[in-house]
Design a protein around this ligand. Structure first.
Ligand SMILES: [Mg+2]
Length: 254
């Protein structure tokens, strides 16, 4: 099996499930670190800051530098500061995205004169917040979603993800939003450009075909699917575009 310079791990379903670590992934990460390779972590979760994610990984025995943790929130902030420098931003979202924007010096406003409207998951979202977003985008604000996940699992069944609300605003305002998180390749492009890797050096590892594997395929790097989370190996084998490797778990990696 090929060796890479940059191993990019999805988190939920790949490195842990809830608060439970996935032993095969943790052992693989430790092995890479012993060989001098510091892995990257790539998550669509915009509600946690890189420091909160670092703390969570530490509880599982993984030592991860924050500059190797890429959340859709931190990459959204970088994307806005590069594409819309000095512009005011309006926001629906929680701590993770707000902190990410503020830490890059982005001016968050409540006034209706923003050039960019950012949406991340907000569990207190309501009609008036969504109506404001629709109006701001009709006035010309660029609509950016931290991720396009339509739903995510809860104990009782699926509940709405951020993508559901972004698509609502986009269809009222009649625009195409930009999504930052997986399967958009923007998050892997950010790693490649910040750490000077080419696509051949990189591999994306994840449990979710629709987000992790498609993100790697769209970016143009190799991919490893692991059968430890959302998409089963059997479901992956039915897809037209196959991952480079399909593993039950990372214990199978030689
Ligand atoms: Mg996952």
């Amino acid at each position: 099996m090929k060796r890479y310079k940059a191993y990019c791990f999805d988190l939920d379903g790949t490195v842990y499930r809830g608060n439970q670590g996935i032993e095969s992934a943790i052992a693989f990460i430790h092995k890479l670190q012993r060989e001098g390779i510091e892995p990257f972590y790539v998550t669509n979760n915009s509600s946690k800051t890189p420091i909160q994610l670092q703390q969570k990984l530490a509880t599982l025995g993984i030592d991860a530098p924050t500059d190797h943790i890429y959340s859709s929130a931190s990459v959204t902030a970088t994307y806005i500061s590069e594409k819309f420098p000095q512009q005011k931003v309006q926001l629906i979202g929680s701590d993770g995205i707000q902190e990410a924007l503020e830490s890059q010096g982005i001016h968050i406003t409540d006034e209706a004169d923003a050039k960019v409207f950012v949406m991340g998951i907000d569990r207190e979202v309501n009609y008036s917040k969504l109506a404001n977003a629709c109006l701001a985008v009709q006035k010309g604000a660029h609509l950016i979603g931290t991720n396009e996940d339509i739903k995510f699992p809860s104990e009782q069944g699926f509940v709405p993800g951020n993508g559901s609300f972004v698509k609502l605003v986009a269809s009222v305002a009649g625009v195409e939003p930009v999504f930052i998180g997986k399967p958009s390749p923007i998050i892997l492009e950010a790693i490649a450009s910040a750490h000077h890797y080419c696509k051949n050096d990189m591999v994306m590892i994840g449990d979710n075909y629709q987000t992790d594997i498609l993100c790697g395929i769209r970016f143009g790097c190799d991919t490893i699917h692991v059968n430890t989370g959302v998409t089963s190996t059997e479901q992956v084998l039915l897809q037209k575009d196959q991952p480079t490797y399909c593993l039950r778990s990372l214990d199978e990696w030689q």
